[in-house]
Design a protein around this ligand. Structure first.
Ligand code: WTA
Length: 630
């Protein structure tokens, strides 16, 4: 596939992609292995939340990730795995070995009654077998639903039940820093209320003691020993679903974002090669977890489609110390490094002594993803990690977009700290005001929408297409609404300013305020909760919870601890409030709606801009809350 190499070429390609999107994407899709060619490049109707790409085309994405590479790079490392402990040996899995592993795993799925279209839930640590199971699902045509291994039993069972998964693939436990996560125990608890699960495959990692349900639970290594390595990939339709990934919205429970096969494939590959300017033979290190979209698109699919070496890291950035990322970069001679601003800020806070011992001279490109990167963190990253010679790509995108939409092309687009800069070819952003009217020109700010489909746009929310429509296509007629606010400066550069809805971005993790409120409300003493975000030095946003309790609370600290435990149990530790304030009342309108704007201002300590509070049901509550701010 062609790669853009100059800014002039970017502008020409961009113009082509807008003038004739179908011809543009047909050209990008031509180099893949197709079993049957497509009949129509694109059919779409945003008013029904419908998009189809490469209609009628038949393929299997794993033939493009694996089989296609065997002749030319069978011996090249596909997955380079760095374990949690630096004392354990790294694993290098070549394309041909990975192909064999995936084929065997596919046969295990088949032997355990998994068929095309079945949903398989994956709840695993960051080990190569996680990538193998993801690819094996894709090879047999089962829809994978990876659940981040930091989520609680309740979150896991909710996700399993929403898409009625037939199988769960997990591990005995997972290593993270000096802790282990008892994944099988958590899964066992989830499995008490998941009637659709028939089989549980367990990968052995920590060798800790676990409980066993005969007939349901099976060791993965024993199952793998029973099958051979011949597997023919299932022929999939271009629009057959590839995976479901649950993500938080502003209302209700997390929704299952569905991506389909061909469009996702073409876009993951195109963006990987162009944004990072990937060059043959380079090692790419994305620090995300495969439990999030970044891991799906830029640890597994994008790099493997492009035939790159993808570094997969099991551990955390601060174990055994805050130099771990830098040590890994030197050890494996990483060329492209892709991480989140929250990690950059926390490693900056740890101090330069953790950076100094490392050369970092293999690095060529740096990337950032998941939340707005503040100028200060951008400069630190640029200066201390990139040594001023590595372009930084600040990549803006979402679970729903499947791949990067707005980003510099490394070394080609002139960067500006904290700007995601320009849309990629095929992406047509538009800023609108609250009435949906287009804001034209430069030096403006508005709600970020996209007016034309790109190949990896969300296809539906699992089991509830209406929800997909309402969430993304109903706010502004005929447009995909991102939920983000955005500035376009004098140069036409885009700067994402953050969510304009009730979604928080805590350490790059997406959380709905409603979801956290519902979890806190489970505590028996809690009557009502309102959660907002506030600026946090390391996490980007912190969680601030205003809580009304019943009766007098004798021990506030104990209550706060219990609330944290409740949230951990219902969602997971990532959603724990950073600040809890007990209040007597919440600012409500006469119709009973909580005025979050006021609560946000108080949490931000911006009392000068509380705005008009006179229309509240009980204006006095505001003064009380301000007084009790924590
Ligand atoms: C935010 C992660 C600013 C944004 C890939 C978006 C960003 C949400 C950036 C999606 C960026 C992601 N600059 N904000 N470079 N990248 N975001 O679904 O608010 O976990 O809507 O996907 O993260 O989060 P999600």
């Amino acid at each position: 596939m062609k790669r853009i190499t100059t800014i002039e070429e970017y502008h020409t390609e961009y113009a082509k992609s807008v003038k004739n999107p179908e011809a543009f994407w047909a050209e990008q899709a031509a180099d893949f292995t197709w079993r049957k060619p497509w009949k129509e490049v694109l059919e779409w109707n945003f008013e029904k939340a419908e998009t189809k790409w490469f209609v009628g085309g038949k393929l299997n994405i794993t033939e493009n990730c694996l089989d296609r590479h065997l002749a030319n790079r069978g011996n090249q490392t596909a997955i380079l795995w760095e374990p949690n402990s630096p004392l354990e040996e790294a694993r290098k899995i070549s394309y041909s070995e990975l192909h064999t592993m995936v084929c065997r795993m596919t046969n295990v799925l088949a032997q355990n009654n998994i068929k095309k279209g079945d949903r398989v839930c994956i709840y695993m640590p960051m080990v190569p077998e996680l990538a193998v199971t993801v690819l094996a699902c894709a090879r047999i045509g089962a829809i994978h639903s990876v659940v981040f291994a930091g989520f609680s039993a309740k979150s896991l069972s909710d996700r399993i039940n929403d898409s009625e998964c037939k199988m769960l693939i997990t591990a005995d436990g997972g290593f993270r820093g000096n802790k282990t996560t008892p994944l099988k125990d958590i899964a066992d608890e989830a499995l008490l209320s998941t009637p659709s699960i028939e089989t549980v495959l367990v990968h052995k990692r920590t060798e800790q003691n676990i409980n066993w349900t005969e007939g349901r639970d099976k060791w993965l290594h024993s199952e793998l020993a029973k099958v051979d390595a011949n597997s023919v990939a299932t022929e999939m339709d271009a629009e057959d679903p590839l995976f479901i990934l649950y993500t938080s919205g502003s209302t209700g429970k997390p929704k299952g974002v569905v991506h389909s096969t061909a469009g996702y494939m073409v876009y993951a590959d195109y963006t990987f090669r162009n944004v990072f300017q990937y060059k043959e033979g380079e090692t790419f290190f994305c620090t995300a977890d495969v439990g999030w979209i970044t891991g799906h698109s830029y640890i597994v699919y994008g790099p493997l489609l492009a035939g790159a070496t993808s570094l997969m890291f099991e551990g955390i950035p601060t174990y055994p110390d805050a130099g771990r990322f830098w040590e890994i970069i030197d050890k494996h001679q990483v060329n492209i490094f892709y991480t989140a601003p929250t990690a950059i800020r926390s490693l900056e806070a740890a101090g330069l002594d953790f950076v100094k011992p490392y050369k970092l001279d293999s690095l060529r490109v740096l990337g950032s993803v998941g939340e707005p990167i503040n100028e200060e963190a951008w400069e630190w990253y640029n200066h201390n990690i990139g040594k001023g010679r590595c372009p930084i790509v600040d990549t803006w995108w979402q679970t729903e977009t499947g791949g990067i939409l707005i980003s510099p092309l490394a070394g080609i687009t002139k960067t500006k700290p904290s700007f995601a800069t320009l849309p990629l070819p095929g992406v047509q952003p538009i800023l609108v005001d609250s009435d949906g009217k287009e804001i034209v020109g430069n030096g403006v700010e508005g709600n970020l929408c996209i007016k034309y489909p790109w190949p990896s746009i969300i296809r539906t929310t699992y089991g509830d297409h209406e929800r997909c429509f309402t969430n993304y296509f109903a706010t502004y007629k005929g447009l995909y609404f991102t939920g983000d606010g955005c500035k376009r400066d004098e140069d036409g550069y885009y700067r994402i300013t953050g969510r304009v809805d009730d979604v928080l971005n805590v350490s790059g993790h997406r959380l709905g305020t409603a979801e956290i409120e519902n979890a806190i409300d489970e505590h028996p003493l809690v009557i009502e909760t309102a959660v907002v975000g506030y600026p946090h030095d390391i996490k980007g946003q912190g969680v601030y919870a205003y809580i009304i309790c019943s009766g007098e609370i004798a021990d506030e600290d104990k209550l706060k601890k219990e609330i944290n435990e409740t949230v951990t149990k219902i969602i997971g530790p990532i959603a724990k409030p950073d600040k809890i304030q007990l209040v007597k009342g919440l600012p409500k309108t006469r119709s009973g709606k909580i005025m979050r704007r006021i609560l946000r201002k108080i949490a931000e300590n911006d009392m000068a801009n509380l705005g008009d509070t006179s229309t509240l049901l009980d204006p006095d509550v505001v003064a009380d809350i301000v007084k009790g701010r924590v």
